[in-house]
Design a protein around this ligand. Structure first.
Ligand code: FES
Length: 107
């Protein structure tokens, strides 16, 4: 199992556990865990509604792609640890990470 922490927009922190061998993105796991993420583009790095900040474990994630960086560039609030959850694949490298939801909630 892979275990990481997720902080929602209200500051509530929850441990999420997922099997190491599922072929999903972090965005898909967050949606399946009932987090309010629009994911309008379906995971194509085009909508940024899956914007998260990586509080811990950013070194393990590797460099963002150009498409991801281009999209992050359009956001009003970004930090050096901002990422798009749809561009992060689930895997052992996420063990012990800490993600914070950044994008606006669905209204
Ligand atoms: S789901 Fe649209 S950018 Fe990630």
């Amino acid at each position: 199992m892979i275990r990481f922490k997720v902080e929602d927009r209200e500051g509530n922190v929850q441990d999420i556990e997922v099997p190491a061998d599922i072929s999903l993105s972090l965005m898909e796991v967050l949606k399946a865990s009932e987090y309010n993420i629009l994911a309008t583009c379906g995971g194509m790095a085009l909508c940024a509604t899956c914007h998260i900040e990586v509080e811990e474990g950013v070194e393990e994630l590797g460099e963002p792609s150009d498409a991801e960086l281009d999209m992050l560039d359009t956001l009003p609030i970004v930090t050096s640890n901002s990422r798009l959850a749809c561009q992060i694949r689930i895997g052992e490298h996420l063990n012990g990470a800490y993600f914070k939801l950044m994008a606006e909630e669905e209204s």
